[in-house]
Design a protein around this ligand. Structure first.
Ligand code: PBG
Length: 332
């Protein structure tokens, strides 16, 4: 029920917009550095910071450079960093064994960050696409993405990341039953405090294009991901997925992509009241950066406005490539 409002002129809604101080006092949502998880890309080598053309301002970094980036993020007050590995075609295999190698560059990055910057929370990516010869998040048998065998591999990957010191496991694969399997394995291995932030409502989206360039999956991917990622026409299904993952032991849940799916964020938050995150994905980032580089929009203002939208939609936090830039602006 809406509170009753007196008719004009007793009510003049512009009164509450008249000055910066009054606007600050009546603002319903705030954006702070506490809201950010910063996704970064790690690659092999040393001393490397390699730009990603379709994501202006984003780099693939070798482990030593990732540690420097994590230090910078912690100094800015960013609470969490999320590690994605870049793997070249020559490093990809059909059995995806690199995914659970304790010394793959993602796991080396986790260890190095936890040693040098213990205060920042480290989140991971659990899915086979960055190790798979065909770019899919699961094993492919006779052209089908198989579920249960993939879940077994994802559990191995999860345990290797937890062993390396990961704080938050991020399953982005959309297989059925993976959260329960991971949670059970983490408990059995003594990792009771390792959190799971499930990519529960992840849509089959064209907004992931630049990310697939960033992790080296664009050339690798055969076909599409529509048999495991969600159909953009669906909304109730997102609630079923979120409920399922919370029941299986997810601590936090995610909607992905972000801006085109704010309606889903709001429904999820209102329905479950669980810690809810959105991923402002690579294509969203690229659109803002591209328009800003052309002088068509004010990049800084659009960045902050786009991030505020997630707070208004009920999100507790945002995975965003803008995290350091936004943190710097908000500190002013
Ligand atoms: C894959 C994964 C993707 C992203 C995060 N993890 C892409 C995909 O599903 O193809 C996308 C992130 C982005 O676009 O920024 N497991």
């Amino acid at each position: 029920m809406r509170p009753t409002q007196a008719p004009f002129p007793a009510t003049r809604l512009r009164r509450l917009r008249q000055s910066p101080s009054v606007r600050a006092l009546t603002r319903e949502n705030t954006l702070t550095v506490d809201d950010f998880i910063w996704p970064v890309f790690v690659r092999s080598g040393e001393g490397i910071e390699e730009p990603i053309p379709s994501m202006p301002g984003v780099m693939r970094r070798s482990v030593d450079k990732i540690v420097e980036a994590a230090k910078e993020a912690a100094d800015l007050g960013i609470p969490a960093i999320c590690i994605f590995p870049y793997t070249g075609l020559e490093e990809r295999t059909e059995d995806c064994a690199g995914a659970w190698d304790p010394d793959n560059h993602a796991n080396r990055a986790i260890r190095a960050i936890k040693a040098a910057v213990p205060g920042i929370a480290v989140m991971t990516d659990v899915a086979l696409d960055t190790y798979n010869i065909n770019g899919h998040d699961g094993f492919v048998e006779d052209g089908q993405i198989v579920n249960d065998r993939t879940v077994e591999a994802l559990v191995k990957m999860t345990l290797a990341q937890a062993e390396a010191g990961a704080d938050i496991i991020g399953p982005s694969d959309m297989m059925d039953g993976r959260i329960g399997a991971m949670r059970g394995a983490l408990e059995a291995a003594g990792h009771q405090n390792v959190m799971i932030l499930s990519y529960s409502a992840k849509y089959a989206s064209a907004f992931y294009g630049p990310f697939r360039d960033a992790v080296g999956a664009s050339g690798a991917l055969t076909g599409d991901k529509k048999t495991y990622q969600m159909d953009p026409g669906n909304s109730d299904e997102a609630l079923r997925l979120i409920e399922r993952d919370l029941r299986e032991g997810a601590d936090m849940v995610m909607v992905k992509p972000g801006l085109p799916y704010l309606d889903i964020c709001r429904r999820v938050k209102d329905t479950f009241g669980a810690p809810t995150y959105a991923y402002q994905v690579s294509g969203e980032y690229a659109m803002i950066q591209g328009a800003a580089a052309n002088g068509w929009i004010d990049g800084d203002k659009v960045m902050l406005e786009s991030l505020m939208a997630f707070k208004r939609a009920g999100c507790d936090g945002i995975l965003t490539y803008f995290a350091p830039a936004a943190a710097k602006l908000l500190a002013r």
